[in-house]
Design a protein around this ligand. Structure first.
Ligand SMILES: NC(=O)c1ccc[n+]([C@@H]2O[C@H](COP(=O)([O-])OP(=O)(O)OC[C@H]3O[C@@H](n4cnc5c(N)ncnc54)[C@H](O)[C@@H]3O)[C@@H](O)[C@H]2O)c1
Length: 231
């Protein structure tokens, strides 16, 4: 596996960093794309909502490593406790541009390479909230739900070429995305979860790695490690 290359967006923190780590642990070469430097074999700084910048970064990965075998799109952000009336046009546009647009921009940049080789895999990070809904933050939830539509359609379109596309929809996960005073960290909320705890970034990364490597029958599927939040 040592010649295999994974490109992980959002690799500088949390779930993206854990994904890069699990691939590195299995001997893959890791490339990270983030707003800031990531601790990957090579790091590319770009905003995933900027389609030309993403294309430029992907050209850099291919120039530096010669190939991409897997794409993991984990770049994203969250705005907690936002009621619908607080979702300004700017807030809506930015969320859709980063979460949905960012995923699409990465797919547009990397898929031609995968399709040319007739091999490879993409895993997009969505959210358990896309499955369950949420009483707040509907811009985030709508964007994460749209990612699932994108992934399912893309999977159906390219599967015959040998390229597989899937999603992982994490439940509340212990990363800097959840502020220290986040409601998702409160004991009262955790007590409602069958597993009674947050998910770890490594557990999400394990699901991603499985889909890329052993999960060869998964196509347009959504795995949701969520501590039982959605059963
Ligand atoms: N932590 C959770 O509870 C949770 C739950 C469900 C889904 N998710 C999703 O998992 C993904 C990773 O989140 P995390 O918890 O690791 O958060 P995190 O804040 O630890 O990491 C997110 C990373 O994405 C990068 N990033 C943000 N906007 C970017 C942009 N426009 N362009 C490039 N990079 C950008 C950040 O710099 C950061 O390194 C996100 O898409 C998030 O929505 C997280």
């Amino acid at each position: 596996m040592s010649d295999r290359v994974v490109l992980v967006t959002g690799a500088a923190s949390g779930i993206g960093a854990a994904c890069a780590q699990v691939f590195a642990d299995h001997g893959w070469t890791t490339a990270g794309l983030d707003l800031r430097e990531s601790a990957t074999d090579t790091a590319y700084v770009a905003d995933v909502s900027d389609r030309p910048a993403v294309a430029e970064a992907v050209r850099g990965v291919l120039a530096d490593h010669g190939r991409i075998d897997a794409l993991v799109t984990a770049a994203g952000y969250y705005e907690e406790g936002i009621d619908v009336a607080e979702i300004s046009r700017e807030r809506w546009d930015r969320m859709l541009a980063v979460i949905l647009g960012g995923t699409a921009n990465c797919a547009w940049a990397v898929l031609p390479h995968l399709l040319e080789r007739g091999d490879g895999s993409m895993v997009a990070i969505s959210s358990e909230l896309a499955l369950a809904g949420s009483a707040t933050d509907l811009h985030y939830v709508a964007a994460k739900g749209a990612v699932l539509g994108l992934i399912k359609s893309l999977a159906a379109e390219v599967a015959h070429t040998g390229v597989r596309v899937n999603a992982v929809a994490p439940g509340p996960t212990d990363t800097p995305l959840l502020a220290g005073d986040s409601i998702w960290r409160e004991p009262e909320y955790l007590a409602t979860l069958p597993l009674g705890r947050l998910v770890t970034p490594a557990e999400i990364a394990g699901a991603v790695y499985y889909l890329v490597t052993e999960g060869t029958a998964f196509c347009g599927e959504v795995l949701s490690p969520n501590a039982g939040a959605v059963i």
